[in-house]
Design a protein around this ligand. Structure first.
Ligand code: UDP
Length: 237
């Protein structure tokens, strides 16, 4: 497969066309942003960790019956994915209170939620990704009732699988963000990434943060934590 011109450059990834109109190549960068782009920097080695962790998770999720955009890992930073049109939603699943939920509801970070919490944000930088509910999503034409039911079903199933898989790596899945896309025939598939950029992961024993919060909150040790997460997931590095 031949890599052709760059289609798009996002905050953490670049997307390239290929000689197959139904396939793109994504390339993961070490660039990090937070606070809706106000904070910018680099987490050395992050692109490799996020590429390899995402692909590992997507392969496992496919085995669990979740359709994904994953096709083939090309190298440490680059992966072939199916062409999708991204549904402009961030689908957030939360098992413990943290971040914006802890702030909004006045909960201490780490408080166990009595059931998983699903939230949606409209992906729009100019509006700072406002939270929306299912009615907004249908009224804006982003998804139908049936598509939303499918997305919610997938998100909860992904949560069940990831939680138990990560527990085996001595990591607690606090919360995470998913994005879904549509293939040209309308099939909804999991897209984007599953990585320490998009998941809050705490060491189950020490409760140390092992994710992007280390960088967002200037706590230090992000590079080492990303490598450690990959090592725990893959057995080696
Ligand atoms: N998240 C993300 N991208 C975003 C916003 C959130 O990947 O643009 C992830 C974040 O890493 C966390 C979860 O979604 O795992 C919930 O984030 P939250 O709403 O608490 O926002 P934050 O505290 O990161 O601003």
């Amino acid at each position: 497969m031949q890599k052709l011109e760059q289609l798009y450059e996002g905050k953490a990834k670049k997307v390239f066309k290929t000689d197959d109109p139904e396939r793109y190549i994504v390339s993961y960068k070490d660039d990090a942003t937070a606070l809706n782009g106000l904070k910018r920097g680099t987490i050395v080695g992050k692109g490799v960790v996020n590429n390899r962790m995402t692909n590992h998770m997507m392969r496992l999720l496919e085995q669990q019956g979740i359709p994904t955009h994953y096709v083939q890992e090309l190298n440490d930073r680059e992966t072939v994915v199916k062409k999708v049109s991204i549904i402009p939603l961030e689908v957030v699943v939360r098992n413990f209170a943290a971040g914006s939920l802890a702030t909004r509801l006045g909960l201490e970070e780490g408080t166990k939620m009595q059931c998983p919490v699903l939230e949606f944000c409209y992906k729009n930088d100019a509006l700072a990704d406002p939270m929306v509910n299912e009615y907004h999503i249908m009224a804006m034409g982003f998804a139908t009732r049936e598509e939303l039911d499918r997305i919610c079903g997938y998100a909860l199933k992904i949560n069940e699988f990831l939680q138990s898989y990560l527990k085996g790596c001595n990591l607690d899945l606090i919360d995470f963000k998913l994005e879904f896309g549509k293939l040209s025939d309308g099939t909804i598939v999991l897209a984007d990434e599953i990585s320490p950029d998009t998941c809050r992961l705490w060491d189950s024993t020490t409760h140390n943060h092992m994710d992007k919060d280390l960088w967002r909150r200037d706590m230090g040790g992000a590079e080492e934590a990303y490598q450690e997460v990959l090592k725990r997931l893959m057995g080696e590095n």
